[in-house]
Design a protein around this ligand. Sequence first.
Ligand code: CAA
Length: 258
Amino acid sequence: MAFETIIVEIEDHIALIKLNRPDALNALNNQLVSELLDALEAADANDKVRCIVVTGSEKAFAAGADIKEMSDMGFVDVSNINLFGAINDRMATVRKPIIAAVGGYALGGGCELAMACDFIIAGDNAKFGQPEINLGVIAGIGGSQRLTRFVGKSKSMDMNLTGRFMNADEAERSGLVSRVVPAKKLMDEAMGAASKIAEKSLITARTAKEAVNCSYETTLAEGLRLERRLFHSLFATEDQKEGMAAFIEKRQAQFRDR
Ligand code: CAA
């Protein structure tokens, strides 16, 4: 696939998707969102890929939805295009793990895109925010919903109502990101995490992702029931036999995704 606003590299079972609109700080316009979603779905369907990393530049993961593209839109235009709804709907169908490697600004739709990934690794220069209120709108891809689940009501209200930015330390303290590393080491850290995931059984990794994501959607009792059934189901795989045999025989497991 030929892309103009993203760069895709596939190596060692990892698909690295780099947002690439440097002049607009990777603002999410129609083309970028379409290309990103196509690339994510292609990576999900590609047998060579076992984990996906989404990143931006050192200055910006993404500075939000493209304000210039949407400034003249009316209700009908914005609802017909449903660009942002597509991020939530189509990313939810990607079954392989997706890591967001965030350096610099992750604002508005950029913060929301990072949260739509499975977890976030941040450089110590990262800045997260939902500044849509300054534009006379509110978050449109999960900034009022996912952010609240990540950091709690008080901090989410603070971010959504004042539009202030959160630095990487605060983001880690509040549970928005899983790790913070020096900006220069961000990609090494993210690719290292992706390599670790790529070593696992893909069936198991996908099942773990499904189980964790389910905790957002269900009651605890329903989630525990689903987790138990998913756990049971993995005993039907060869990879469960291999993983446990490898432990007992004190060797590295050779998973075959079966
Ligand atoms: N949309 C379009 N263009 C953007 C942009 C955006 N979200 N963010 C930055 N740019 C452009 C700027 O217009 C500028 O372009 P020009 O050189 O052509 O003027 C270029 O990127 C560089 O930006 P700045 O000169 O502003 O860079 P800076 O270092 O001074 O400031 C910044 C960086 C603080 C991130 C600032 O650019 C900024 O505040 N950007 C907007 C952030 C924002 O409000 N995001 C929310 C968007 S709405 C949204 O996302 C809705 C939703 O939830 C779906």
